[in-house]
Design a binder for this molecule. Structure first.
Ligand SMILES: Nc1ncnc2c1ncn2[C@@H]1O[C@H](COP(=O)(O)OP(=O)(O)OP(=O)(O)O)[C@@H](O)[C@H]1O
Ligand SMILES: [Mg+2]
Length: 147
């Protein structure tokens, strides 16, 4: 299955964040949708910024920071916990298992930066957010697919 559910140019970090907020609203109001968001984009594309907007709806009042060193940050000010992963530094599926990653999938909404590093991290159904730099890096093109 592949369905484009959102596509827009983002001209500021706030626009990127608004895209994340949109997806959070969608997921929270329809329990049949996947609770997994795969974030694709180069270094500095805006994956963490997107997550910031997502959390503003799904865990209001949380301060979202890059989980690069922590691997996962948890935000639990909403009805469902949010787990924000950055798996840039992990090598393979065994690394993922040792972090308890697959238990997190059951427990809340997961957003994962650098999922491409370990394709086995993806569930059967998920949202893929693609963030591309446009206008010489001044802005972003954001598309969200239901896979
Ligand atoms: N639409 C936009 N236009 C301009 N700048 C943006 C836009 N969206 C985000 N940014 C800026 O891009 C920078 C990098 O954002 P962010 O940290 O979210 O990237 P990232 O994809 O998570 O990077 P990394 O892979 O290093 O974790 C931030 O300064 C952010 O404010
Ligand atoms: Mg990031």
């Amino acid at each position: 299955m592949e369905k484009l559910i959102y596509e827009k140019d983002a001209f500021s970090p706030e626009d990127t964040s608004a895209a994340g907020a949109y997806l959070a609203e969608l997921i929270l109001k329809d329990g049949s949708l996947p609770r997994f968001v795969a974030l694709r984009g180069d270094l500095g594309a805006g994956k963490t910024e997107f997550t910031r907007g997502f959390a503003s709806i799904a865990s209001p009042g949380s301060t979202v920071k890059s989980p690069t060193y922590a691997l996962v940050n948890e935000y639990k000010k909403g009805k469902i916990p949010i787990f924000h992963f950055d798996i840039y530094r992990l090598a393979d599926e065994d690394d993922l298992y040792s972090t308890g990653y697959f238990d997190y999938l059951e427990r809340g909404i997961c957003l994962v930066e650098w999922f491409e590093n370990i394709p086995e991290c993806l569930p059967d159904e998920y949202f893929e957010v693609i963030i591309d730099k446009i206008n010489d890096g001044e802005a972003r093109h954001i598309s969200v697919y239901l896979r």
